[in-house]
Design a protein around this ligand. Structure first.
Ligand code: SF4
Length: 242
């Protein structure tokens, strides 16, 4: 089969990519107010995954796919005592790694990915965790979301990793609406003022995880209540009044 040229591939991607709308001045003011409140309530938000260095953060994020941070932390406290570099992880070996992470969903596949990425880190990156999205995404088990988390937390880059909480919150509030994580990510990157971008990822995840929950959003203690136009907010209040 004839291969599609890189030029044509880029043209197809460009034409099929959803155009991100420029926010209106009113939208900008609302977003500014939302993130000002988040930043006042939590000036230095932190992620909840346990890690010791960029490498262990990368491993923890790979392990956290379809698993809770609490569940991952239970396994990684012991794992990272034994192996906090790619060399030590390879010395530990896949069978021992599997045994240490067996409480985490998909542990067999994840162990394979971690051993595979350790080999690549040593062969191609001098044992260092790379900082660019392209390099991170070249590693087994590392998709765009994982790469964005590592870039943001380990290397302080202004990225937004759209997980289930950010996807729901961004569509619900709404902030940036989209059918895919990438659409939401692009919309948020265009909408959120630059000075809030470094921490936006954490503020949105924590708000989605603990306040604007999937089933029963806790609107009565929401600090952006008056800036939310979600239908779920309205029905929640009506049910509270009844
Ligand atoms: S008001 Fe309710 S629905 Fe809106 S963001 Fe807050 S918790 Fe979520």
């Amino acid at each position: 089969m004839k291969k599609i040229s890189p030029k044509l591939t880029r043209a197809i991607q460009k034409s099929s990519a959803k155009k991100v709308q420029r926010p209106t001045p009113a939208q900008r003011r609302r977003v500014e107010e939302i993130f000002t409140r988040f930043s006042k309530a939590s000036p230095n938000p932190k992620g909840e995954l346990y890690y010791k260095n960029p490498f262990t953060l990368l491993v923890a994020v790979v392990l956290s796919a379809q698993a809770t941070d609490v569940g991952v932390n239970k396994a990684t406290h012991k794992l990272f005592t034994l192996a906090d570099t790619p060399e030590k992880m390879l010395e530990l070996g896949e069978p021992s790694l599997r045994a240490l992470i067996q409480t985490i969903g998909l542990f067999r596949t994840k162990a394979k990915h971690i051993i595979g990425l350790c080999r690549i880190l040593l062969d191609e990156f001098s044992g260092q965790t790379p900082q660019s999205r392209e390099a991170l995404m070249s590693l087994p088990g590392v998709g765009r979301k994982t790469a964005n988390v590592v870039m943001n937390i380990a290397f302080h880059k202004p990225t937004i990793a759209v997980d289930t909480h950010i996807f729901r919150l961004s569509n619900r509030l709404p902030l940036a609406q989209g059918k895919t994580p990438q659409e939401v990510e692009d919309g948020l990157m265009a909408l959120i003022p630059e000075r809030f971008l470094l921490h936006a990822h954490h503020w949105l995840i924590l708000h989605g995880r603990y306040v604007c929950k999937a089933r029963n959003p806790e609107c009565s203690r929401c600090i952006i209540f008056d800036l939310c136009s979600s239908e779920e907010k309205t029905s929640n209040l009506i049910s509270a009044v009844k």
